[in-house]
Design a protein around this ligand. Structure first.
Ligand SMILES: *Cc1c(COP(=O)(O)O)cnc(C)c1O
Length: 382
């Protein structure tokens, strides 16, 4: 991040706070816009990665809609985004499906059993119905994030298509990638086409899911445009992409301050933000977030372990090194904190939720969009 912008954020933001960098969001949207214009594909925001709805008026200027994993996400998409809503879940209850058929434009089933059981509900609903398929082609990530892992429950395998009616089916959907550049998509699409290509003629759309790191440095945009063109021209389908991460990649920071520094074999700084509560993917995925102004352990003179205030022994974000020792009141900013953070956080231990802010690089100003208080904690319990 530009050091001047970082300084402005650290000086103004409350702590803890997620700060959305509107400049970086606009830059990401410009990349996605170019892909849409060049290829004719429609790109949707995956709400499960990022649902900060105060930013939807900006995002909807570029993206065609949202993809939702539940009735609540679909309703938020309908109310706050207002363009296309595409829904998928591993299974629906009849009640959820009834609601989704009033809030969605497209809906994908995850099994032929649900497709047929609910046919009377969806067939005259006007919603465009598709099937999520499993191409059974893994691109080598951890099983937690691999919908093609053996025994996966996500997507219908090719063998299950034998003898099935595709009456009323308007499209196919696959989602198998996670933080991938173009080449894994190209390999997956080739396998998908070999297995499922025979079903595409006569369909209206093909949804390539999410996990495309389109806005990351080095992504082969020309390759992506060509691949989309191939499917649209050969089969006459509208191609959709539904990235979450790529929309807000590197577009948010989590600002925190040091509460105390203790010593037990290593220096440990206790922060007012928690890995467990505010950035759970650090522990779940697991991954090491970028930290501005810090280096790998041992590279700079003062190595410190950064940890959260909760009672969880493993509430540790990681070890970094600094030019000067950390002291109470020092402010730090973790990078790439817009995605899979606000949507996943919890008030475990009753720890305060970070405020939600925006940063406008044109004026250098941080605006607090929302603060959370005791009432939000209490309101989720009874
Ligand atoms: C998670 C998910 C996405 C978004 O994935 P990103 O990795 O955030 O791009 C899109 N579609 C489906 C079906 C998903 O499960």
């Amino acid at each position: 991040m530009n050091p001047e912008h970082l300084g402005q954020i650290l000086a103004q933001a409350p702590t803890p706070a997620y700060v959305l960098d509107l400049g970086r969001l606009r830059a990401n949207l410009a990349v996605l816009d170019a892909v849409q214009r060049r290829s004719g594909a429609k790109i949707l925001l995956a709400l499960k990665a990022f649902s900060m709805w105060s930013a939807f008026p900006l995002i909807r200027q570029t993206l065609h809609g949202v993809c939702a994993s539940s009735p609540w996400e679909a309703r938020l998409g309908r109310e706050a985004f207002g363009r296309e809503v595409h829904s998928f879940a591993a299974a629906f209850s009849a009640a959820d499906l009834r609601e989704l058929l009033t809030t969605s434009d497209h809906l994908c089933f995850n099994s032929f059993a649900q497709l047929e059981r609910f046919r009377p509900l969806w067939q005259d609903s006007g919603v465009s119905v598709g099937l999520r398929v499993n191409p059974e082609h893994s691109e080598g990530h951890t099983p937690l994030y691999d919908p093609c892992a053996p025994g996966s429950r996500l997507g219908i395998r090719r063998a299950e298509f034998e003898g099935r009616s595709l009456a009323g089916i308007a499209g196919l959907h696959f989602h198998t990638l996670c933080e991938h550049l173009f080449e894994p998509l190209e390999r997956t699409a080739r396998v998908f086409e070999e297995k499922f290509g025979e079903y595409l003629p006569g369909m209206q759309w093909l949804n390539l899911g999410g996990g495309h790191h389109i806005t990351r440095e080095g992504y082969d945009l020309d390759g992506l445009v060509a691949l989309i063109g191939h499917f649209q021209e050969k089969y006459g389908v509208q191609v959709y992409l539904e990235p979450g991460e790529a929309v807000v990649l590197n577009a948010g920071v989590l600002v925190t301050q040091v509460l105390d520094v203790i010593h037990n074999q290593v220096d440990i700084a206790i922060l007012d933000t928690s890995a467990a509560c505010h950035m759970p993917d650090v522990l779940e995925m697991p991954y090491r977030p970028p930290l501005f102004g810090a280096a790998e352990p041992g590279e700079k003179p003062h190595t410190v372990r950064l940890a959260g205030p909760s009672c969880l022994a493993g509430d540790v974000i990681g070890d970094w090194s600094f030019d000067t020792p950390l002291a109470p009141g020092d402010r730090l900013a973790f990078g790439d904190m817009a995605l899979y953070t606000m949507v996943k956080n919890t008030a475990f231990n009753g720890i305060q939720l970070p405020a939600i802010c925006t940063f406008e690089p044109d004026t250098g100003e941080v605006a607090v969009v929302r603060r959370f208080g005791y009432e939000d904690f209490r309101g989720r319990l009874s």
